[in-house]
Each structure stands twice: as structure tokens, then as C-alpha cells.
Write a protein that binds this ligand. Structure first.
Ligand code: SF4
Length: 479
């Protein structure tokens, strides 16, 4: 799974009709949740324009994540803050969507009586009706489907109005794996793959709008098309996507190691626009813990995949997810995780302390690890990874590479955020107008989680002439 990130609020597109209502969406969690929020905005766009502040909204939706306890608690704290707004503006509609809503259902109305709508991921497509009912005074309104096979219809997500450089395209939803710590199969239903032609036509459409980079999105993209004869395999889909004219960069997430085939790995070698980065969640370096997690691969299986990937594509960047303190994890198991980190040398990891989640089997396991032990292990893992990651980033110093400029650095307006094919963030001096361009940069300095670079002299003189580039001050997270 991808790391939990704080919510990027969807910003208000400019120039929409002021006669529409105002909608504010706060999103917690993974890229699937961000995508769902975009779908909500799309579905409601006929009647609502997006507000940048909750104070300005007629409807507030909090799209929640329950993958970890900490993320869930953040949701309750944010929703609590909206209570005051409701007191000031009684017509305000407050909805809670996403995984916490699916999991908690109507009990959320007891915890937060000022909430009007509760809906799970399956309720996204029904939002207009749910809002209508809530406005008619039929409160509270709850849509948390218990039909585990019912998935959200696939909807093309809207692009940001200004400089759309990257886009996510959903290729499948749900998960069949039932890792013992994970709520996803309970709240998002079973795997459903999207027709390949719909995926390709969405890609063609967003490229026409200026997008350079596509990330194919799903809980377990490697099992795309499994069990159906009418759909291509994931490797075949990758090849089809990579052939779409105008697509400069292709990525995908998230992958399950047990479903990563040699054909998919070969795509990193063979497809010129498939970026050399794979996020491959390992979760633990101990075969015994992996078994209790129901991951269905061993430590050796995982290491074999890594070796094969590096043989096929030596420059590939690898990142992963890790859980420390899973029930029953002994010191010896934990040391296996440490040694796996040393062996693989990931560029980045997303590590978390295990937290029991409702519905999941692991929540009932008897051998829960004490909190202080989990904390110590997390600190140890992060300290080791900081050293490894910095060394990996330092190995790029002096190299020249292609980056896609994503936009201005919000904290330094004279700087830009760009991304390498290996998914490293590079800060470069330059004007906003470079956004959406692929340029060559030379890496000058490595920091813990980013790089500092400058345009290569050829690009620079060209760009200086065009845009008047100046400044070369390092502002990143220096060691
Ligand atoms: S593969 Fe496992 S961790 Fe990932 S979504 Fe499915 S059940 Fe959760």
C-alpha cells in the first residue's frame, strides 16, 4: 500500500458559475482516495463548484481512510472542527465518505450528530441522490453497501484546470487478497478490472489536454484482467498504454509481489516510456511474519524478484512499504527486516507501526507487540533507511537526467518541483512557465528525500533566453 499522506485539498477551478453551490472536499489516504475525491467533484460538478476553504462551502465532504488508526483519528479531529461551521450555518451539509464511513456506518451519526450523510466507497456514484435526500430533510442519510462485490462504476477523473502534467487512470478496483492486517477488501469490495478500451480512451483524452505522465492505478494492478478471457494481461495492457501517441511517461501502482510476472518485469527493459521505478510493498523481511500476514510469498521469493528486476533493468529505483510490530513479530523477525533493507537498498520506504483494524484477522491475534517495542523498531528502521536513502541519492550527484517539471515549489516561488524517471523529486531554480516541460538537469546535491539540481547548460541558456532563469540557492532537507 502507498503511504498515508495528509490530505491535499482539492482546489477550486477558476471561472465556474457562481450560481452553483460550493463544495469542499478534504481527502485522507492513498491515491485511490484522491482519485475517488476527484470522482466526487466530477459527479457533483453540475451543481457544485469547488471551494478552497470549508468556511465558504455549502457541502463539506471528508473522504476518509481507515488503513491505520492514526489516519482514522485525524478524520475525527477534522470532522469535529466542522461542528462550529454547522452551528453558524445550519443548512450546511456535512458528509463523511470513504473507508471509515463504510466501516463505521450509522454509528458515525452517534459520534458526530451534526453529520448528515455517511457513505462508503461504493456510495460515490450515488452522491447526487444522497445530497438531494439530505437537503429534503431526510437526515441522516446512510449508504454503506454490504454487497462486497459491488464496486464503484469507473468514471474519468477531471484534470486540474492549470498545467495538467500528470494524471491517474484507474484500471481496477478492489482487492481479493485479504492480507490479515488490511481493511481494503472489506471496504472496497472485490477486484474488478476496467475494460482496456476505456482505459486507453481516457489516456488518449488526457494526453490531448496536455498530460505527459500517466500513472495506472489500482489496489493490485498486477492482477488486472485475472480470471477473465476478455481482458488482456497487465503486461499486455502496459504495452498497449505505452503505444498511445504522445505519452511521454508511464507508471503504475500498487503492485503485489506474488502477482508480479516476468512479463511485467520485462516491460521495464522493453518499453521506452515506462519509468524505471517500482513500488513493491514487502511489509516484512521475515518469512514467518509474511505467512501470518497472508502475503503468500517468502523473503526469498521477494529477493528473487528484486534480483531479476535489477538484472532486467539495472537503473530501476525501488521503494517499499513496511509494517513493524506485527502480532508475533520477534526480535529475530525484526532483524530479518533490517537485513532485507540492507540487502535491497531501497531509495525510499514508507514504514508504519502495526495498528489493529476492525474486521481484520490480525486484530484478533493474541501475540500483540507492546507499543514501546513497536516505536523502538520503527525508529531503528527509519534511521537505517535514512542512511541508505541518502547514499542512494548521493550516488546521483553529478549525473544528468531527464525530469518532468510539475510546478512551482509552494514554499519558494522562484523554484520548481520536478521528478526524475526514477521518481526522485528534484528542486530546480526556474520560472513557473517551465511547468509541464521535460528538461535535462544535472544533480548538484542529494538531500534525505529530494535532490537539488540545475538545468544543463544547453537547456539553461535556452531557458534563460526564454524565461530569464536566475538563482541557485539550496532550500531542501539537507543532511
Ligand atoms: S494486497 Fe493486501 S494490503 Fe494490499 S489492498 Fe489487498 S489486502 Fe490490502
Amino acid at each position: 500500500m502507498k503511504a498515508i499522506t495528509a490530505s491535499p485539498y482539492i482546489e477550486s477551478p477558476r471561472g465556474l458559475s457562481s450560481s452553483k453551490g460550493r463544495l469542499y472536499i478534504a481527502t485522507f489516504g492513498c491515491q485511490m482516495n484522491e482519485y475517488d475525491s476527484q470522482q466526487m467533484a466530477q459527479i457533483l460538478s453540475r451543481d457544485y463548484q469547488l471551494a478552497t476553504r470549508p468556511e465558504d462551502a455549502d457541502v463539506i465532504i471528508v473522504n476518509t481512510c481507515s488503513i491505520r488508526e492514526k489516519a482514522e483519528n485525524k478524520v475525527y479531529s477534522l470532522v469535529g472542527r466542522f461542528r462550529r461551521l454547522k452551528e453558524e450555518k445550519p443548512d450546511l451539509i456535512i458528509g463523511i465518505g470513504g473507508c471509515v464511513a463504510q466501516q463505521q456506518g450509522k454509528s458515525l451519526f452517534q459520534k458526530a450528530p451534526y453529520v448528515d450523510i455517511v457513505f462508503g466507497p461504493q456510495g460515490v456514484a450515488h452522491l447526487p441522490n444522497l445530497l438531494r435526500e439530505a437537503k429534503k430533510g431526510r437526515k441522516p442519510v446512510c449508504f454503506t453497501s454490504q454487497d462486497r462485490d459491488y464496486n464503484i462504476p469507473f468514471v474519468n477523473a477531471p484534470l486540474p484546470e492549470k498545467n495538467p502534467t500528470r494524471a491517474f487512470v484507474t484500471i481496477m478496483q478492489g482487492c481479493n487478497n485479504f492480507c490479515t492486517y488490511c481493511v481494503v477488501p472489506y471496504v472496497r469490495g472485490r477486484e474488478v478490472s476496467r475494460p482496456a478500451e476505456d482505459i486507453l480512451s481516457e489516456i488518449r483524452m488526457v494526453i490531448q489536454q496536455g498530460v505527459k505522465e500517466i500513472t495506472l492505478l489500482g489496489q493490485n494492478v498486477n492482477s488486472y484482467g485475472k480470471g477473465t478471457s476478455s481482458l488482456p494481461s497487465f503486461a499486455e495492457l502496459l504495452k498497449d498504454c505505452s503505444r498511445v501517441p504522445g505519452l511521454e511517461r508511464l507508471r503504475f501502482t500498487t503492485s503485489h509481489p506474488k502477482d508480479l510476472t516476468r512479463d511485467v518485469m520485462k516491460c521495464f527493459r522493453d518499453l521506452p516510456n515506462l519509468c524505471e521505478h517500482l513500488h513493491l510493498p514487502v511489509q516484512s523481511g521475515s518469512t514467518s511474519v509474511l505467512k501470518h500476514m497472508n502475503r503468500r510469498y517468502t523473503r526469498d521469493d521477494y529477493l528473487r524478484l528484486i534480483d531479476e528486476l535489477r538484472m532486467l533493468c539495472p537503473e530501476i529505483t525501488l521503494t517499499t512499504d513496511l509494517i513493524v510490530g506485527f502480532p508475533g513479530e520477534t526480535e529475530k523477525d525484526f532483524q530479518q527486516t533490517i537485513s532485507l533493507l540492507e540487502r535491497v537498498q531501497f531509495d525510499q520506504i514508507f514504514a508504519f507501526k502495526y495498528s489493529p483494524r476492525p474486521f481484520t484477522r490480525a486484530a484478533g491475534f493474541s501475540s500483540q507487540v507492546p507499543e514501546d517495542v513497536k516505536s523502538r523498531r520503527l525508529t531503528e528502521v527509519l534511521a537505517l533507511q535514512n542512511e541508505i536513502g541518502l547514499r542512494r541519492y548521493q550516488s546521483l550527484e553529478g549525473k544528468t537526467m531527464e525530469v518532468l517539471v510539475e510546478g512551482p515549489n509552494k514554499t519558494r516561488p522562484d523554484e520548481l518541483i520536478a521528478r526524475t524517471r526514477g521518481n526522485h523529486v528534484v528542486n530546480i531554480p526556474g520560472p513557473d512557465s517551465l511547468t509541464g516541460h521535460l528538461v535535462q538537469v544535472t544533480v548538484e546535491k542529494a538531500c534525505y528525500h529530494s535532490l537539488r539540481g540545475k538545468l544543463t547548460s544547453e537547456d539553461e541558456s535556452d531557458m534563460r533566453e526564454k524565461y530569464g532563469i536566475d538563482s541557485n540557492v539550496c532550500t531542501c532537507d539537507n543532511p
